[in-house]
Write a protein that binds this ligand. Structure first.
Ligand code: GAR
Length: 212
């Protein structure tokens, strides 16, 4: 059985969705860079090991990342799953865990890397928004894509309503992606492309607004 470690910084709803998904893996630990991350209590209540490494206590990003890597490696995970972990990781850290490091981002990458993705999508007037699960590479919110979910942007959407509707889909695609990885149904090949050992294909388009 594969082992994963989940990294969070706050609410932890994606973490909670992973914990509830009955995944074919052991969730060895939840680690946060903030002691007040709400998700920590949820994990503790479920009897999962937790650790806190306050980034503010480290003089540089590299020092924090080195300690974070040490903390993670205690658990010898097959995958390190970033679930709302809001720290930029140094190139050295990404290199050390390359191929094992997975992230979820609330946009259809490569559009809207970085922060405030929902508001930026609304400001641009895009009609389809979404989220992306990807292997982490050194460039921020970038790397080989495993799965994306797209949702329509509705006429009256605010950043709040859009983010709420998207979050429900984030929970679904993240659990699916981690399940595939743990079952080795999805792998990263030597050309940095994601290989799928199945061919689930969708033939229809998503129209937003819908066609008359
Ligand atoms: C999620 O929407 C996740 O996609 C986003 O932070 C939120 C965390 O919510 N991650 C990023 O923006 C990473 N660049 P959660 O703590 O409830 O899972």
């Amino acid at each position: 059985m594969k082992k994963i470690v989940i990294l969070i910084s706050g609410r932890g709803s994606n973490m909670q969705a992973l914990l509830a998904a009955n995944l074919p893996c052991t969730i060895a630990a939840v680690i946060s860079n903030r002691a007040d991350a709400q998700g920590l209590q949820v994990a503790q209540k479920l009897g999962i090991a937790t650790a806190v490494l306050e980034h503010k206590q480290f003089a540089t990003r590299e020092l924090f990342d080195a300690e974070l890597a040490k903390t993670i490696e205690v658990y010898r995970p097959d995958f390190v799953v970033l679930a709302g972990f809001m720290r930029i990781l140094s190139a050295g850290f990404v290199q050390r865990f390359y191929g094992k490091l997975i992230n979820i981002h609330p946009s259809l990458l490569p559009a809207y890397a970085g922060m405030h993705t929902h508001q930026r999508a609304l400001d641009d007037g895009v009609k389809i928004h979404g989220c992306t699960v990807h292997f982490v590479s050194a460039a921020l919110d970038h790397g080989p894509i495993i799965i994306q979910a797209a949702i329509p942007v509705l006429q009256d959407d605010s950043a709040v309503t859009l983010s709420q509707r998207l979050l429900a889909e984030e929970h679904r695609v993240y659990a699916q992606a981690v399940r595939w990885l743990c079952l080795e149904q999805v792998t990263l090949n030597a050309q940095n492309k994601v290989d799928f050992c199945f061919t689930k294909q969708i033939g229809h388009a998503l129209f937003s607004p819908g066609l008359e």
